[in-house]
Design a protein around this ligand. Structure first.
Ligand SMILES: [Zn+2]
Length: 409
């Protein structure tokens, strides 16, 4: 009788917790969220801030930290232990390491790598590449383009039209007509290739799923095309990463499946500026975007995989400073706007004082070489536990989605 009860308990347990199944589930719908520059300290501080806002001493929750699978990812590039975003994104998209500043091309400057998005696209999956910065920036760029330098924005952007991918989104393109404004328009190239250009929140809201290939961008101005407004500076009507995520799902959802890379690109930018409040609000916004994918996962639980990771850590953020055993997250509420919104000697000093009052320190305005977390939920998520290298991630995605993948052209 005892044995029978035990057996029943195991069967019920395995029905509730899919971890009991030995066969790996193969996802049809895969989200790869990349929080640019988002180290463990950035996530922890954001959760401490959420808890403090709710009057709780301790730690709150962003939308992804309670995913059942977690791992740690090494991020070094081919030529240094401290990667830049283009070398890291090359590893995350092609499974190969390269030197800092290079995108999708080996350190020999000759061998071209190929992003996992290409074999997935040729296998019939719809492909989306989305970001809160410009579509030709390092992280999104590496998922569709190759270039000897991440700074070749026009060269990178001009490779988008030929991909055939189904959805691109972000603030815009840095040089839509080239650096000297004298080259063929990226937007015209995309339209000729059959893309529909959709602008702003209104354009995003009008998408209903039967729209064909889409490029979604913020309404254009010199500043806005480089990045969406920071969450802390947001005005009514500004395009947001959660809206982009919603639009991506509408554009990509189909019976065969999709792969969507969605980047929270400005966690990094705020951390470069050692601007804690802006970083926290960017991480919360990134979490809100992931929440939309989590809703999708609940509608398609056996077929969806959500991965959340970072390309590297930025700023070397420490929680606790000057020998004090304390963090005061609410100190960041003293700040109403990003440092970039109005950057002068007095706002720079004010942000430094807020960091000090919060007992947070930033030893660098650059990146660091520390491992970053990965969080996973859904079909195949168990393949992302333990210690990974960033090059493992696209290989495991390809394997789970059933495509051959060498990462080479
Ligand atoms: Zn950076």
């Amino acid at each position: 009788m005892k044995q029978k009860i035990l057996l029943v308990a195991v069967v019920i347990g395995c029905t509730i917790f899919s971890a009991c199944t030995t066969t790996v589930q193969h996802p049809k719908y895969v989200f790869l969220f990349i929080g640019d520059g988002m180290g463990l300290a950035h996530v922890t501080l954001t959760e401490d801030y959420i808890a403090a806002k709710n009057g709780i001493h301790g730690n709150g929750n962003v939308s992804f930290t309670q995913f059942p699978v977690t791992g740690l990812v090494t991020t070094y590039s081919a030529n240094t232990l401290v990667t830049c975003s283009s070398a890291a994104a090359t590893a995350l998209s092609t499974g190969h390491k390269t030197n800092n500043n290079m995108m999708g091309i080996a350190p020999d400057s000759v061998t071209h790598f190929a992003s996992v998005t290409y074999p997935l696209y040729h296998a019939g999956y719809k492909i989306g590449v989305a970001t809160s910065v410009s579509i030709d920036h390092a992280t999104p760029g590496a998922f569709y383009a190759t270039s000897l330098s991440r700074s070749n924005y026009y060269d990178i952007a001009s490779q988008a039209a030929a991909t055939g991918f189904d959805f691109f989104a972000g603030s815009g393109f840095v040089y839509p007509k080239g650096k000297n404004n004298d080259q063929a328009s990226i937007y015209e190239q995309l339209e000729t290739a059959g893309y529909r250009i959709v602008r702003g929140t209104e354009g995003a809201a009008q998408l209903d799923g039967g729209d064909g290939k889409i490029v979604l961008v913020q309404a254009e101005s010199e500043k806005e095309r480089r990045r969406l407004p920071y969450a802390i500076d947001r005005k009514e009507g500004d395009l947001t990463l959660p809206q982009i995520t919603q639009a991506a799902i509408k554009a990509l959802y189909n019976p065969k499946g999709f792969f969507a890379m969605i980047e929270g690109g400005q966690i990094d930018w705020a951390a470069h500026a050692n601007d804690g409040a802006t970083m926290i609000h960017e991480t919360i916004d990134f979490s809100e975007a992931i929440k939309i994918a989590v809703d999708f996962y609940h509608q398609h639980p056996g077929e969806t995989l959500i991965l959340v990771t970072a390309d590297h850590e930025t700023g070397g953020l420490s929680l606790g400073r000057d020998g004090k055993y304390a963090v005061n997250p609410l100190a960041f509420d003293e700040q109403q706007h990003s440092l970039e919104y109005e950057s002068n000697d007095s706002t720079i000093a004010a942000v430094q004082e807020i960091n000090s009052n919060a007992f947070c320190a930033w030893p660098t305005k650059g990146h660091t070489g520390i491992m970053v977390p990965i969080y996973a939920i859904g079909a195949g998520s168990e393949r992302f536990s333990g210690k990974l290298d960033n090059t493992d991630i696209p290989k495991r995605i390809a394997e789970l989605m059933g495509v051959e993948f060498s990462g080479l052209k």
